[in-house]
Design a protein around this ligand. Structure first.
Ligand code: PBG
Length: 354
């Protein structure tokens, strides 16, 4: 159709009662007006950048399913910290790839484990950078589950539980122990992500007993058993060797249960709470934001990042626009903080860069 052809009068003649009061398009007429009435503004201060760290020197191993993301050796971190701060991003969260995995994930509570080493390097290089330590065992255990597994040993606590069951309370002790090691290395925030019952209380108690009352807890309070974590498990080399995580992470079908999980973590002493993943769970995020008065984070996870990259690589989506729209939507739904692999790119884009 030729748009400049005159239209027949019947097309644009309006009934009088519709023509003057309700015209929301008035406020969309120019970029300046749209900017004035914008309700949500993204900023680099909203972001937390995830880093994958490993032992060794001079390593920057690309992660195939997460274009632009790398496993970095510890000696690369000082430069990375400078870049992150330069872009106005206040925090990083660390995931470790240990040299060796074992039944109890001992690298996670060794003072010379990969994450404690990384924390010391980061805090020495950039004391003003907030360092958050992801606190879970799946990257460190040889079976890839988030704590100790029942093997029908002689232990009292395993009696009656099925083989392969993730043992809750014995794993809590290890979470507490590793949290103290990471905090003593200089972590500002511990982020328990195992979805074990009472994990926040266990971490808080262990920190307090070690005179680490000043170290905050960001709880992965509502973490779903999501298939969107696929690329992360490549990145962190942490897929479970048997079964899946649905006996401890939440059922994607449940929203009320998320509010119960968050309430428990708030009672146990969480300083900040998280919903994960982000975009498929915006209803959960909005409900949590409304009901609780704590700073709330959302994790825009590896699969959400990979999907956008894959579509963009095919020429099907505009990466920059779709990433910024996703992050804006997560903030609009109620996130005070967004953990995202797009952190550095988005900070550049917001600053007008490419
Ligand atoms: C557990 C952990 C996972 C992620 C963050 N912390 C993986 C899992 O629970 O299987 C996933 C993050 C992502 O997909 O980006 N340590």
């Amino acid at each position: 159709m030729n748009l400049i052809q005159p239209m027949p009068a019947t097309v644009y003649t309006q009934p009088a009662e519709t023509d003057s009061v309700r015209r929301p398009r008035r406020l969309r007429i120019s970029p300046a007006l749209r900017r004035m009435v914008r309700e949500t503004t993204l900023s680099s201060a909203d972001f937390i950048y995830p880093l994958f760290v490993r032992h060794g020197r001079g390593e920057r191993r690309p992660i195939a399913s997460m274009p632009g993301q790398f496993q970095l050796s510890v000696d690369q971190l000082a430069a990375e910290a400078d870049q992150v701060l330069e872009l106005g991003i206040p925090a990083v969260i660390l995931f470790g790839i240990p040299a060796e995995k074992d039944w109890c994930g001992s690298d996670n509570f060794s003072p010379h484990g990969v994450v404690p080493e990384a924390i010391r390097v980061l805090k020495a290089a950039a004391p003003e950078l907030t360092v958050i330590s992801d606190m879970c065992f799946c990257e460190y255990t040889d079976h890839g589950h988030c704590g100790l597994i029942n093997t029908h040993g002689a232990d009292d606590y395993s009696a009656g539980l099925p083989e392969g069951y993730l043992l809750n309370d014995p794993s809590l002790e290890l979470l507490g122990r590793a949290s103290v090691v990471h905090a003593e290395a200089g972590a500002d925030v511990i982020a328990p992500s195992a979805m074990l019952d009472h994990m926040v209380a266990a971490v808080r108690r262990a920190l307090d007993e070690a005179s680490l009352q000043h170290v905050a807890i960001l709880s992965y309070a509502a973490k779903y058993a999501s298939s969107f974590y696929g690329p992360f498990r490549d990145a962190a080399e942490s897929p479970p060797s048997f079964g899946d995580r649905s006996q401890y992470q939440m059922d994607p079908a449940n929203r009320r249960e998320a509010l119960k999980e968050v309430a428990l973590d708030v009672d146990e002493g969480a300083d900040m709470i998280m919903v994960k993943p982000a975009l498929p769970y915006l209803d959960v995020l909005a409900a949590v934001r409304q009901q609780f008065n704590l700073p709330t984070a959302a994790y825009h996870v590896s699969g959400e990042y990979a999907m956008l990259h894959a579509a963009a690589a095919n020429g099907w989506l505009d990466l920059r626009k779709c990433a910024l729209e996703s992050l804006t939507s997560i903030k609009r739904a109620g996130a005070d903080m967004i953990l995202t692999y797009f952190a550095k790119d988005a900070a550049r884009w917001l600053d007008g860069g490419q």
